[in-house]
Design a protein around this ligand. Structure first.
Ligand SMILES: [Zn+2]
Length: 254
């Protein structure tokens, strides 16, 4: 497990992302209680609950309030990690509630507002980005939690990089519905054999900047899941990985 020092070293927030071997001792879907204890031991701070998004590459964001959290605590009694609705991002002002997503090439986006002490996490694949998941998450932080986007600090966890993410030209058309021609040219590069290369980080950066997030407040771990075998990659594996094989990313207020 690793944390994003850019956030954890400066603010009262804890982040974590796992590598391929962190959950390997668990067969099948690990019980949430085991995960919670392992994450708690790593971070050295209490975690009351883990909340997982049920990811569908949507642009939908869930604001977690105290009322919802009480429901989640009951759900968490189950051996299965609680997965709430079809949301690809979550925002909360509740302490000790770890917001979790699973990825294996898509970009985990960690967000924090030091002024209002609000944390968020978003699962950013190409579909989700085209559905506005990154800007939507900042929008919920602003609308529901009073956050000024200019104060938001953002970090990118490990994700497939712009040298490795070969895609078909049809994706360019999808991005053209959301981004200007100039921006699409920044998001896509030329690959081999007439293929295009997609830069998820560039697309999310543009979305964040559209939302008012300051460029100097955006940090990138710089890790490519496709190149580094320490991290799960659907592309490298040639298949969709099961939930327990994917990378777990979490953010929590302390
Ligand atoms: Zn790469």
């Amino acid at each position: 497990m690793e944390s994003i020092g850019f956030l954890d070293d400066r603010y009262p927030v804890r982040t974590v992302y796992t590598n391929s071997s962190d959950w390997s001792r668990y067969a099948g879907l690990p019980p949430s209680e085991d995960r919670r204890k392992a994450l708690q031991a790593y971070l050295g701070t209490p975690i009351d609950q883990l909340t997982y998004a049920y990811e569908t590459h949507s642009g939908t964001v869930l604001a977690i309030t105290s009322v919802v959290a009480q429901t989640l605590t009951r759900i968490n009694v189950s051996d299965i990690p609680s997965r709430i609705g079809t949301y690809d991002a979550m925002v909360t002002a509740l302490p000790r509630t770890m917001l979790c997503i699973l990825t294996a090439d898509c970009l985990p986006l960690f967000l924090y507002d030091p002024q209002h002490h609000v944390a968020a996490i978003a699962h950013c694949g190409w579909r989700g980005i085209c559905n506005g998941i990154a800007s939507g998450t900042v929008g919920v932080m602003a609308d529901r939690f009073g956050v000024n986007p200019q104060h938001v600090v953002a970090a990118f966890g490990p994700a497939i990089c712009k040298r490795c993410y070969e895609v078909g030209d049809e994706l360019m058309e999808a991005f053209a519905t959301r981004f200007s021609k100039t921006e699409v040219a920044q998001i896509f590069g030329a690959g081999r054999d007439g293929k295009s290369l997609l830069d998820l980080r560039a697309a999310v950066t543009l979305e964040l900047r559209h939302s008012g997030v300051q460029p100097e407040r955006i940090h990138d771990t710089g890790i490519c899941t496709f190149e580094s075998k320490a991290y799960p990659s659907c592309r490298r594996s040639g298949k969709l990985l099961a939930a327990h094989q994917q990378m777990h990313s979490g953010i929590m207020l302390v």
